[in-house]
Write a protein that binds this ligand. Structure first.
Ligand code: HEM
Ligand code: CU
Length: 442
C-alpha cells in the first residue's frame, strides 16, 4: 500500500537544474525519460551521431529527495537504431536498473526504485557494447537531495564532461563516425563540457552576479578520462567530494572520476570571465574542455586590482563554417559511381556498427569484411538491409545473436551500399541494382 503523494519529475537539459525540493516528506516521483539518437554539432562544422537521454548531452538532470520512491519510465524513440537502457548510480539493486530498463526502439520500460542514499550520481546507458553507448553521449546526473535539503545558493548549474572519439582528427569537418579503436586506446579527439566544443562559451556562457554564490553540479560521463575540474580565477569554497557527504573547503582543482561527480560552490567577489577547464590542460585548449562563466557587477579593487581579461581563448576551428549537408539526389550511371555513392551511404548508415573497414565489433556487430554470410547470398543481404535481421546467425565461424534494425534507404542507396560492400574488404565482388532492391521490397 503506497500512500505517498505522487508527482511528476521536472527534467532539465544542461546547463539548467530543476528547482530545489521544498517538501519535507517523501513522494512517489514519476520520471519519464526518452532515449533519442540524433545528429548534433560536436564542434563548428563537425557533426556527430549522439545517442542521448532526452535529446541532449549530457542527458536531462533529475532531482529527487532521499527516501523518494521513483517510478522510472524509459521510452526509446521509434526512430532509434539501437536498444538502450539506464543504470543509475543512485539505485540500490543489481545493474542499477539496467536489466529492468532494457528497451527496444518504439517501446517503454517501467521500473521502480527507492532513493536510499543522498548524493550526486551519474546515470548512463549500459547496453552492449557499453563503452560505445557511453562514448556516444548516454549519461547524465541525478541528484538525491538529503532529507534536510541543500543549503540555499543563488544559482545552480549542470556541467558534465565527456570524451569523444571520431574517425577524423579534432576539427575535421563533416559527419564524424565513432572510432572504436581510438576509444579502446583512450585517445580522445574531443574532451568537452555539455556535449560540444563551445557549449558554454560566448552567449551560452553561464552567468552570475558579483556577491552571489554559485553551485555547480559537475559530472563526468567519461567513458575513459578522469577530469581535473578547475575554474580559472576562483577557489571552490566548498566541494562535496565525489558528490557525497564529505565537504572539503578551499579547493583549487577537484577530481571528477569517469562515472562520478562532484558538487562545487563558490562565492563571486569580482566580475569578469571565469573559465571552466579540465586542468589536464591540453584537453582544455586543444580538445574543447573549456567553458565560461560571465560574472557581472562592480569591481572590487581590493580583492583584485589588475585588469580582468575579457577574452576567452577559443580553440582553433571556432570560426563558423557551413558544410554542405547531405548529398544531391543523383543516379549512379555506372559501377564506379555506385561505389562512390555507396561509400557515402555506408559511412552514414552502416559504419557506426559495422565500422570503417567493415571489421565489425567482436561479439556485438558482425564483420562485413570477407563475410561468408554476406558472400553466400547477396540477395539475402538486400533483405537484411531493408528489413533488418534478428539472430542467431554465424559469420566466419562466430555466433551473433543480436538485432539489426531495417535501414530506411531508397532503392538506389541500398543498391549502392551493397555494391560498395560487396566490392570492398576482400568480399567477392558483384553488383546490386535498384531494380533488385525494389523487387525484395514487394
Ligand atoms: C548483420 C549489412 C547497418 C547491426 C548484418 C549482415 C549484413 C549487414 C550483410 C549479415 C551478417 C554479415 O554479413 O556480417 C549492413 C548494412 C548496413 C547495416 C549494409 C547499412 C546500410 C547496421 C547498423 C547496425 C547493424 C546501423 C547497428 C545498429 C547489425 C547486427 C547484425 C548485422 C547486430 C547481426 C544481427 C544478428 O545477430 O542476427 N548487417 N548492416 N547493421 N548488422 Fe548490419
Ligand atoms: Cu544506449
Amino acid at each position: 500500500a503506497n500512500t505517498l503523494p505522487v508527482e511528476e519529475a521536472v527534467l532539465t537539459a544542461p546547463p539548467l537544474v530543476p528547482p530545489p525540493i521544498t517538501r519535507d516528506h517523501a513522494a512517489k516521483v514519476v520520471v519519464k525519460m526518452e532515449t533519442v539518437e540524433k545528429v548534433m554539432e560536436i564542434a563548428d562544422g563537425v557533426d556527430y551521431m549522439f545517442w542521448t537521454f532526452g535529446g541532449s548531452v549530457p542527458g536531462q538532470f533529475l532531482r529527487v529527495r532521499e527516501g523518494d520512491e521513483v517510478e522510472f519510465h524509459l521510452s526509446n524513440h521509434p526512430d532509434s537504431k539501437m536498444p538502450h537502457n539506464i543504470d543509475l548510480h543512485a539505485v540500490t539493486g543489481p545493474g542499477g536498473g539496467a536489466a529492468a530498463s532494457f528497451t527496444a526502439p518504439g517501446h517503454t520500460s517501467v521500473f521502480n526504485f527507492k532513493a536510499l542514499n543522498p548524493g550526486l550520481y551519474v546515470y548512463h546507458c549500459a547496453t552492449a557494447p557499453v563503452g560505445m553507448h557511453v562514448a556516444n553521449g548516454m549519461y547524465g546526473l541525478i541528484l538525491v537531495e538529503p532529507k534536510e535539503g541543500l543549503p540555499p545558493v543563488d544559482r545552480e548549474y549542470y556541467v558534465m564532461q565527456g570524451d569523444f572519439y571520431t574517425q577524423g582528427a579534432y576539427g575535421e569537418q563533416g559527419l564524424q563516425p565513432f572510432d572504436m579503436d581510438k576509444a579502446i586506446k583512450e585517445q580522445a579527439d574531443y574532451v568537452v563540457f555539455n556535449g560540444a566544443v563551445g557549449a558554454l562559451n560566448g552567449d551560452k556562457a553561464l552567468t552570475a552576479n558579483v556577491g552571489e554564490t554559485v553551485r555547480l553540479f559537475v559530472g563526468n560521463g567519461g567513458p575513459n578520462l578522469v577530469s581535473s575540474f578547475h575554474v580559472i580565477g576562483e577557489i571552490f569554497d566548498k566541494v562535496y567530494v565525489e558528490g557525497g557527504d564529505l565537504v572539503n573547503h578551499n579547493v583549487q582543482t577537484t577530481l571528477v572520476p569517469a562515472g562520478g561527480a562532484a558538487t562545487v560552490e563558490f562565492k563571486l567577489d569580482v566580475p569578469g570571465n571565469f573559465i571552466l577547464v579540465d586542468h589536464s590542460i591540453f584537453r582544455a585548449f586543444n580538445k574543447g574542455a573549456l567553458g565560461m562563466m560571465q560574472v557581472d557587477g562592480p569591481e572590487d579593487k581590493v580583492v583584485y586590482s589588475g585588469k580582468v581579461a575579457d577574452n576567452v581563448y577559443l580553440p582553433e576551428g571556432s570560426a563558423v563554417q557551413s558544410i554542405p549537408n547531405g548529398h544531391p539526389k543523383v543516379t549512379a550511371k555506372n559501377k564506379e559511381e555506385q561505389m562512390l555513392y555507396g561509400k557515402r551511404a555506408y559511412e552514414a548508415n552502416c559504419q557506426a556498427c559495422h565500422q570503417g573497414s567493415g571489421q565489425g565489433i567482436p561479439g556485438a556487430f558482425p564483420p562485413l569484411a570477407a563475410s561468408d554470410y554476406l558472400n553466400e547470398d547477396p540477395i539475402r543481404a538486400i533483405d537484411v538491409v531493408l528489413h533488418g535481421l534478428k539472430g542467431p546467425i554465424k559469420v566466419n565461424g562466430q555466433a551473433y545473436d543480436s538485432i539489426m534494425p531495417g535501414m530506411r534507404l531508397s532503392d538506389e542507396d541500398a543498391a549502392n551500399v551493397l555494391t560498395y560492400v560487396l566490392n570492398s574488404w576482400d568480399n567477392q565482388g558483384g553488383e546490386i541494382t535498384p531494380a533488385q532492391v525494389a523487387k525484395r521490397r514487394e
